[in-house]
Ligand binder design. Structure first.
Ligand SMILES: CC(C)(COP(=O)(O)OP(=O)(O)OC[C@H]1O[C@@H](n2cnc3c(N)ncnc32)[C@H](O)[C@@H]1OP(=O)(O)O)[C@@H](O)C(=O)NCCC(=O)NCCSC(=O)C[C@H](O)C(=O)O
Ligand SMILES: [Mg+2]
Length: 292
């Protein structure tokens, strides 16, 4: 498996309609790790041009500081896609998110189009996977190009395409969520969980964050500022996990860093040491982000 070489926290990634000036301004005050300035489903057809201009201008202001700024353009084949991609590439956000990516060939075409449009090297591609065919091809999508850094679950579209239902516990989606995670991890890429639509239901939202974290997602995509704090907490290592990770490393070093040792009565092998190191790297990256 290819490992990600750098770790960037993406616990909380907030969508906002790029047509909504108030939301774009508010985003600069929110403690989320990332922003998705949306040109797609959150924007009405007659507001697409204004949204594109506002997203590109906002991405270039520098107002969002440490937050990772992404512009979600309209899907391949729509009347807005080419103009969106050209404008977003020129604006040079941290990433361009493309909805409904369905194949490795589409990833390669998107990367070529970004390069033709002069996207700077730091602008990566995020592929949204939100159709049945994308689920079946997650690994080929995730591994198609080094420029693709993140897969994003589009669970609203997926529920629609599957004729499924949104239910607590997301049982109808578990096969798809697991398949997408396998594809992303096998390619060494990050993957974000889908949104929780019921913005007033804190209990349901936190349960879904805990589930996403346990499954292995790097973070959750969000639709409301009220969801940021819960996602930040759920997707960060807990105090207990940090204490345990330090304990594991100390026990390993004290044991001569070879073979098998125990920590708090539990068997520790090399693989546990790697997990402990990952937790501490994540914790340090979150601390650095919050202090920036
Ligand atoms: C869901 C909302 C329409 C609710 O909006 P509103 O009624 O204005 O909420 P509040 O009055 O509670 O807002 C309080 C303040 O917070 C600001 N706000 C609200 N939402 C956002 C946001 N997303 N980002 C930034 N700021 C936000 C309001 O402006 C208020 O500010 P102030 O007045 O200054 O205090 C709304 O939350 C919303 O539009 N959310 C985003 C919807 C969206 O982007 N949807 C598309 C992505 S979801 C998706 O499709 C994923 C995928 O494709 C799939 O298929 O699953
Ligand atoms: Mg969608």
């Amino acid at each position: 498996m290819t490992q990600q070489t750098t770790f960037r926290p993406r616990r909380s990634v907030l969508y906002m309609p790029a047509s909504n000036e108030r939301a774009l301004a508010k985003a600069a005050t929110l403690p989320c790790d990332g922003l998705i300035l949306d040109l797609e489903d959150a924007v009405a057809p007659d507001a697409k041009d204004v949204a594109r201009e506002q997203a590109c201008a906002a991405a270039q202001t520098g107002d969002y500081g440490r937050r990772e700024v992404t512009i979600r353009i309209n899907a391949i084949g729509t009347q807005w896609h080419e103009a969106d991609l050209a404008a977003a590439a020129k604006a040079g956000p941290d990433a361009i998110a493309v909805p409904k990516v369905n194949s490795a060939a589409e990833v390669l075409a998107l990367v070529e189009a970004m390069e033709r449009a002069g996207a700077p090297d730091h602008t990566t591609l995020w592929a949204m996977v939100e159709t049945p065919i994308a689920m079946l091809r997650c690994h080929e999508i995730a591994s198609a190009s080094p420029r693709l850094s993140v897969l994003v679950m589009g669970t609203n579209d997926l529920v629609k395409e599957l004729y499924a239902e949104h239910v607590p516990g997301r049982e109808p989606l578990l096969a798809a969520l697991g398949t997408a995670l396998l594809g992303a991890r096998a390619a060494g890429k990050a993957i974000l969980d889908g949104v929780y639509n019921d913005v007033k239901n804190t209990e349901g939202f936190l349960a879904e964050c805990a589930q996403g974290r346990q499954m292995g997602f790097d973070g959750k995509t969000l639709i409301h500022p009220g969801q940021v704090a819960g996602a930040n907490e759920a997707f960060a290592p807990s105090e207990q996990a940090i204490t345990d990770a330090r304990g594991v490393l100390e026990a390993w070093e004290a044991g001569g860093s070879g073979g098998v040792v125990t920590y708090n009565g539990r068997l520790i092998e090399n693989l546990h040491v790697e997990s402990a190191q990952r937790i501490l790297t994540m914790h340090e990256a979150i601390q650095a982000l919050e202090e920036a």
